[in-house]
Design a protein around this ligand. Structure first.
Ligand SMILES: NC(=O)c1ccc[n+]([C@@H]2O[C@H](COP(=O)([O-])OP(=O)(O)OC[C@H]3O[C@@H](n4cnc5c(N)ncnc54)[C@H](O)[C@@H]3O)[C@@H](O)[C@H]2O)c1
Length: 335
């Protein structure tokens, strides 16, 4: 397999981990790193032989012949940067969420499909072995009819979270708080497992701990799917101490109970479940996500687990929960 010529746009917190795994991957050649903070771009570029640093991603994508770009910037920049990448026929691994509005997301996936550009959204829990087993058990009917699912993300953030990346504070740049940024990973797994369109949502959001930021630090939502299954999500940045994510599914043949993402594990009660193994190997879910994206782009023999189009339902569910929190009404999930 040839090597993927990868450019990185946004050299902040998460890029550090993804690039750590890129360094271990002989199928990836990081050829450029771009960040408006040139020092950051330079630091990350220095990890890769021959990689160049840029303070302007437009310059990078014009000068380097990229196969793909990894995008890890504030949420409101996902849309304009992806648009520029698609214009240049560059495949994209974009951090979640795909965009901050449904209109932008639909525009981007239509545009990418018209140009045969592949977009993967890095919801890497889909490459967590235990989440995968839970989702496949549900999809294959091993849990029977799914009655309901519940996920809880009781996480903790201190002041440094908003100080170090101030874009998280504002709705305009982030699009939302803990539900969009953290809870969306687990909600995505429930939606994937249930494989049915979200149709209605209701929710409540609050600022329990961080009173001077525009985005919520606590969100609770309920979603009804087309097949009648009901999902519940709670996401928080205010739980002390931070605790594991749980994702539970309750079906007519049994129950699945997930805890993670550190030392991820899933237990099945009553149901008989097959092994369901991922089709990529790697040290961590982020590593496997990056490997799967690389193979999807270079060889095309496997599909990346979450394409841009598939990432729309978690975004639209969350936007409907936010809308319901404002109106106090049950909202339709627009898809
Ligand atoms: N998959 C995960 O588990 C995970 C975890 C954390 C963050 N994320 C996602 O990654 C993305 C980035 O989050 P982060 O925590 O790394 O944020 P961060 O603030 O640490 O990094 C963002 C970087 O983008 C740079 N940037 C801003 N505007 C830019 C531009 N126009 N061109 C190039 N670079 C620009 C900033 O200078 C900064 O270095 C978000 O979408 C976030 O939701 C995903």
């Amino acid at each position: 397999m040839k090597r993927l010529r990868l450019g990185v746009i946004g050299c902040g917190d998460i890029s550090k981990y993804v690039l750590l795994f890129a360094r271990l991957n002989r199928h990836i050649q990081v050829v450029g790193c771009a960040d408006i903070d040139f020092e950051r771009a330079n630091r990350y570029a220095s990890w890769f032989k021959g990689a160049r640093a840029y303070d302007d991603y437009i310059k990078m994508i014009s000068e380097l012949d990229l196969d793909a770009a990894y995008l890890a910037v504030p949420h409101n920049l996902h849309f304009p940067i992806m648009k520029d990448l698609i214009e240049k026929n560059i495949h994209i691994l974009c951090e979640k969420p795909i965009t901050i509005s449904l209109e932008e997301a639909i525009y981007i996936v239509d545009f990418a499909e018209s140009k045969d550009v592949k977009i993967g959204i890095n919801y890497q829990y889909r490459y967590d072995k235990a989440c995968y087993r839970l989702a496949m058990a549900a999809q294959k009917g091993e849990l029977g009819e799914i009655y309901y699912g519940i996920c809880n993300i009781p996480w903790y953030r201190d002041d440094s979270y908003f100080k170090n990346s101030s874009w998280h504070k504002n709705i305009e740049s982030s699009g939302g708080g803990t539900l969009l940024t953290q809870g969306s990973h687990a909600l995505d797994i429930l939606l994937w497992a249930c494989n049915s369109k979200p149709v209605k949502a209701q929710g409540m959001i609050k600022n329990m701990k961080f009173r001077d930021v525009e985005v919520e630090d606590l969100a609770m939502g309920i979603i009804e799917l087309e097949n009648g299954t009901v999902l519940q999500v709670t996401s928080s940045m205010a739980a002390l101490p931070e605790q594991s994510v749980t994702i539970n599914l309750y079906g007519s043949k049994g129950t699945a109970i997930y805890r993670g993402p550190s030392f991820p594990r899933v237990k099945f009660k009553s149901a008989k479940v097959s092994r369901h193994r991922l089709n990529v190997f790697g040290l961590h879910a982020l590593d496997r996500s990056l490997r799967a994206f690389t193979r999807w782009v270079l060889k095309g023999d496997i599909k990346y687990h979450i394409t841009g189009r598939e990432a729309i339902s978690v975004l639209s569910s969350i936007l409907s929960i936010y809308e319901s929190a404002k109106t106090g009404e049950v909202e339709k999930v627009k898809l």
